[in-house]
Design a protein around this ligand. Structure first.
Ligand code: XMP
Length: 508
């Protein structure tokens, strides 16, 4: 990699979108916590810095700050919203609070500037209370709106720029172009980064990290762990052993299907561990979602440790952690939404030298592209995601064999019907949930008081935001009839029509 942008995270809602846009524009980038060290920010290459938006006011006592050295690294800087105000504040400009918050689409008037080259629309998207009232010395305004005199500024000598609006959101019509202009015209980058070209680099860094050590991988059959394992296998060959843990929380027939698939398609060294009983024992009586996740994360690691011992030792534990896991597990000081077990759910005391997480900076669709580049079969790469804690987080309340059976069977019916309708590859993720709710119904001629199963189907590209899928009514009808007809203790099926946000994909 010879071009790299660092995005310094001030806690804004759209930060991962900035990262998406930069990568789509062809430059590798990393979203780093604002407290990251200079060395971490500089990395091996640093071509420019973007400062994100954030919820604070720079005038507040506890306003988030970046390390002061970022202004001395000799690379162009672009501040977005809070990032811009932060720059103005640091360079002794005056920030003030407008009469009312400026929110939503608005028209901007741009000066002629390389940042605004080739724009064919003036719509920008605003979301701010504070504005730059007086520019710091050396800065000039390069855009304004009816409500905001300084909608963008520039200090050409220092190559520091700011946008009050959010170029990363879709509503800012030419935002992607502006980001590309920053990368091309200001940072002078070639913008030729592609995930396929990144493979060799990832492999080299795995070789460097692992040295002549041994690695154990948790292979779940999901996309992330498969791509991670294929990648590490390329890097270190047989020093990788994959462990397939059957925790009893898998979908119907999953263990058999996954193992058959890997045996046929890959030269991977795989060991199958039947750990059903120990996981279910640990989950007995547990109802809190986060506790379930932590218990499962811990138990996974204990299984891997035992397996490593039996193999005569392993130095690293390979995890298929991807970027959304990192972001949503509160890595950047933002709120912990849920502890994805491969990040926040892992116990602190693990007996491996370290974790190996080669996909940690990649978004789901990038992981899939990488999988294709590595020659992993299409049908595996495009499999729907399945969470590490498995069906345990699709059973509300205590996880029991009876409840698991209800999710397993209803999920199998849903998958079968989706496949029959030819929609398997059109829906990003779909599954059923044991809601724990019981309701009154009539089955046969009898009153019933049975369980309610929810069907969830969503579309997304990276799991960060999702829309509920508009499944055909006929399909929903067949699924509902079959679930109620074939599963004794279910008398009601509901369809979950919640987007993310405000919902999440899984119920727990
Ligand atoms: P949520 O429910 O957070 O899910 O919107 C986002 C995506 O992540 C999957 N998921 C997980 N994957 N370990 C994983 O490997 C986990 O603990 C975990 N929790 C959720 C979920 O299925 C969805 O694709």
């Amino acid at each position: 990699m010879n071009e790299r942008i660092v995005i310094v995270d001030f806690g804004g809602q759209y930060n991962q979108l900035i990262a998406r846009r930069v990568r789509e524009a062809g430059v590798f980038c990393e979203l780093l916590p604002r407290t990251s060290s200079v060395e971490k920010i500089k990395g091996k290459v640093l071509s420019g810095i973007i400062l994100t938006g954030g919820p604070d006011s720079v005038m507040g006592e506890n306003a988030r700050k970046a390390i002061p050295q970022i202004f001395e690294l000799g690379v162009p800087i672009l501040g977005i919203c809070y990032g811009m105000q932060y720059i103005a504040h640091e360079f002794k400009g005056v920030i003030g609070r407008g009469k009312k918050r400026e929110y939503g689409r608005t028209t901007a008037y741009f000066t002629e500037h390389p940042l605004f080259e080739g724009l064919d629309d003036n719509t920008v998207w605003m979301n701010h209370n504070d504005s730059v009232f007086e520019l710091p010395s050396g800065f000039e305004s390069i855009a304004h709106t009816d409500n905001c005199a300084v909608a963008a500024f520039a200090n050409e000598e220092k190559k520091i720029y700011g946008f009050q609006f959010h170029p990363e959101v879709n509503q800012c019509k030419n935002g992607t172009r502006m980001i590309k202009n920053f990368l091309k015209n200001i940072c002078n980058l070639k913008c030729d980064w592609k995930i396929e070209n990144f493979t060799e680099e990832l492999i080299a860094s795995i070789v460097e990290q692992v040295g002549d050590g041994r690695v154990i991988a948790g292979l779940s059959g999901g996309v992330d762990s498969s791509v991670a394992s294929a990648l590490v296998h390329r890097a270190i060959g047989d020093r990788l052993t994959c462990i397939f843990v059957d925790h009893g929380l898998l979908r119907k027939n999953e263990a058999e299907e996954v193992l058959a698939f890997y045996a046929k398609e890959f030269g991977l060294n795989i060991k199958h561990v039947d750990a059903k009983k120990r996981f279910l024992d640990k989950l007995k009586g547990v109802t809190d979602p986060e506790t379930k996740r932590k218990i499962i994360g811990e138990e996974f690691v204990r299984v891997f440790e035992e397996e490593a011992l039996m193999l005569g030792g392993a130095d690293f534990l390979l995890q298929g952690t991807i970027y959304s896991d990192v972001i949503e597990s509160g890595h950047h000081g933002s709120a912990v939404i849920k502890s994805h077990h491969n990040v926040g759910g892992l116990p602190k005391n693990i007996s491996f030298k370290g974790l190996l997480e080669p996909l940690r900076t990649l978004f789901k669709d990038e992981v899939r592209q990488l999988g294709e580049a590595l020659g992993i079969p299409h049908e595996l790469v495009w499999r729907q995601p399945f969470p590490g804690p498995g069906l345990a987080i699709r059973v509300k309340g205590e996880v029991t064999e009876e409840r698991l059976e209800i999710v397993r069977e209803s999920d199998a019916i849903l998958r079968e019907e989706v496949a029959k309708a030819g929609l398997e590859h059109d829906i990003w993720q779909y599954f059923t949930v044991f809601t724990g709710v019981q309701s009154v119904g009539v089955k046969g001629d009898e009153r019933s008081y049975d369980y309610c199963v929810a069907v969830r189907a969503v579309n997304s590209s990276d799991a960060m935001t999702v829309e509920w899928a508009h499944l055909p009514y006929e399909l929903l009808m067949r699924v509902s009839e079959r679930i109620i007809g074939e599963i004794e203790s279910v008398n009601r099926v509901v369809y979950d029509i919640t987007a993310k946000p405000p919902g999440t994909i899984e119920w727990e």
